[in-house]
Design a protein around this ligand. Structure first.
Ligand SMILES: Nc1ncnc2c1ncn2[C@@H]1O[C@H](COP(=O)(O)OP(=O)(O)O)[C@@H](O)[C@H]1O
Ligand SMILES: CC(C)(COP(=O)(O)O)[C@@H](O)C(=O)NCCC(=O)O
Length: 307
């Protein structure tokens, strides 16, 4: 956990009482509908943690719009709305995608007329072919495994209002970039960018990914817990692969379970834990908000940056 005078440490019990009158209170029906979209997420977490968070985003969104509007008026330039961008980061398997998806759904609900899009930076990993050529297949997720220039260009295009901006897609199922597959965002009002690398400093570029962020979140938990969640997800991916010979996890799924789990533990330690310690965790102090999770993904504390 972080100890920093630049953060307000807020316990869940206090956090859950925060709200804004500008956003209508969520109904039990809506809560049930939202959690049914993601059965891993508890109703309490949505209500106690994510709803107040979306209420706080409202402050950022209003300020962002006012600032952009006043600035263009001052400069005598036409007001061109650009998206508010939120970054979500943390270790592999800490629950970033789950957090990003629930935020997307809650923001859509709070702003029914606004387009809220989600992009994961996995799509900007180099394809396995290139990782193999560069002999960095065991460095997947480390800074050198991402095409950061392309990611920065993507964010620049979206922020500056380019229409139909494409981005590549990564699949855990094939453990690779999906060849020729792209998704696109078209003038979103809010964009959530989720990935382990989004608060990292660039090695070559002049611009950081985080230069485009209006708000950033780091999802944090103890290493031993994240390892457990990583292994559980690995087992779930194996279970899904059992009848799919073309699935990356198939060979593990049909082999001895203990061997597969031992292998996954090795990957966790050699790759993902190393990456967490060397490159991901050091970015925690750049986040505007740290969400701290404990056993069973229960969120116990939040840290909000003061300045
Ligand atoms: N709030 C939660 N409650 C229960 N399980 C969760 C929660 N958040 C994530 N998980 C589980 O933990 C594992 C890792 O989550 P995921 O969102 O895939 O992590 P990441 O995107 O950080 O790699 C997955 O198996 C997911 O289902
Ligand atoms: C592709 C990833 C870097 C992305 O991380 P995630 O989506 O799990 O947050 C990661 O899932 C990964 O594949 N790491 C390499 C080692 C491994 O776990 O196989």
């Amino acid at each position: 956990m972080i100890e920093d005078r630049n953060y307000y440490e807020i316990h869940r019990e206090e956090w859950q009482t925060f709200h804004q009158d500008s956003i209508p209170a969520i109904t039990e029906e809506e809560l049930k509908e939202l959690t049914s979209l993601n059965d891993r997420l508890s109703l309490e977490d949505v209500k106690d943690v994510y709803v107040p968070l979306v209420h706080m985003f409202d402050i950022y969104l209003q300020q962002y719009r006012n600032l952009q509007r006043d600035k263009s008026r001052f400069l005598g330039r036409p007001y061109e709305p650009s998206p508010l961008i939120i970054g979500v980061t943390g270790s592999v398997a800490v629950g970033k995608s789950t957090t990003a998806r629930v935020l997307q759904n809650l923001l859509k609900r709070a702003y029914p007329t606004k387009a809220v899009e989600l992009v994961t930076t996995d799509g900007f990993l180099y394809p396995n072919r290139i990782l193999r050529e560069r002999n960095i297949m065991d460095r997947k997720g480390f800074p050198e495994s991402y095409d950061m220039e392309n990611l920065v260009q993507f964010l620049l295009d979206v922020k500056t209002g380019k229409p139909n901006v494409r981005f590549p897609v990564y699949s855990h199922r094939i453990y690779d970039i999906v060849p020729g597959d792209y998704e696109e965002v078209n003038h979103p009002d809010i964009l959530i960018v989720e990935g382990i690398n989004v608060l990292q400093l660039p090695s070559k570029q002049q611009i950081y990914v985080s230069d485009f962020f209006d708000f950033s979140i780091y999802v944090d938990a103890e290493e031993e817990m994240i390892e457990k969640w990583y292994i559980e997800r690995f087992e779930m991916l194996m279970d899904l692969a059992i009848d799919q010979p073309d699935n990356y996890y198939y060979n593990y799924a049909i082999g001895k379970r203990e061997d597969a789990i031992e292998m996954a533990r090795g990957v966790w330690k050699r790759v993902n834990l190393k990456n967490l310690r060397e490159y991901i965790y050091p970015t925690i102090t750049r986040a505007n908000l740290v969400i701290h999770k404990t056993t069973n993904h229960f969120i116990d504390e939040l840290y909000i940056k003061k300045y």
